[in-house]
Design a protein around this ligand. Structure first.
Ligand SMILES: [Fe+2]
Ligand SMILES: [Fe+2]
Length: 151
C-alpha cells in the first residue's frame, strides 16, 4: 500500500490514544484498498462505520483526557475534531454515489488531515503532559532531598 503510507505517526505517549490513532489509520488504509478495487458493498459499509465510530470514540477519550489536564486551547482542539467529523460524515453520505477517483481523493484528504492534526494539535497535549510529569517528578525529588537534609 505504498500510496497510503502509515509510518511516521507522531506518538503522544498515551497508550490508549496512540492505539486509537493506529486503529483509525488502519481502518482508513483498509477503506482505501476497497476503494481502489472499486468494491462497494456491505464490507465497505461496515468498515466505514467502524472508522466513524472509532473516530468519535477517540475524540471523546482525547477530549476527556485534555479536560482532566485542564489544557489551555481545548476549545480550539474540540472545534478541529468537530470539523473532522463533519468531513467524515460528508464522505459517508457521498461515497456510494461518487466515482472512484473522487472517493480516493477524499479519503487521502481525510488521512492527511488526521495525520496533520496529530502532529499539530495532539502534540500540544502530549508536550503539556510531558512538562507536567517532569514538574511533578522534580518536586518529588526536591521534597525527598529536603527530607534527607533535615534528618
Ligand atoms: Fe488524536
Ligand atoms: Fe485531537
Amino acid at each position: 500500500m505504498e500510496n497510503f503510507p502509515l509510518n511516521g505517526v507522531y506518538e503522544v505517549g498515551n497508550e490508549l490514544l496512540d492505539d486509537q490513532h493506529k486503529v483509525i489509520l488502519n481502518y482508513m488504509a483498509k477503506v482505501y484498498t476497497y476503494l481502489l478495487a472499486d468494491k462497494k458493498g456491505d464490507d465497505l459499509f461496515g468498515l466505514i462505520n467502524r472508522l466513524d465510530t472509532g473516530c468519535k470514540l477517540h475524540f471523546l477519550d482525547e477530549e476527556k483526557f485534555m479536560e482532566e489536564m485542564e489544557l489551555p486551547e481545548i476549545d480550539e482542539h474540540k472545534a478541529q475534531h468537530a470539523l473532522f467529523v463533519m468531513h467524515l460524515e460528508n464522505f459517508m453520505g457521498r461515497y456510494e454515489e461518487s466515482e472512484i477517483v473522487k472517493n480516493i481523493d477524499e479519503l487521502v484528504f481525510l488521512k492527511a488531515w488526521f495525520m496533520e492534526h496529530i502532529e499539530v494539535f495532539d502534540k500540544r497535549y502530549a508536550e503539556f503532559k510531558k512538562r507536567f510529569d517532569e514538574m511533578v517528578h522534580e518536586s518529588i525529588q526536591q521534597a525527598a532531598l529536603r527530607n534527607s537534609t533535615t534528618k
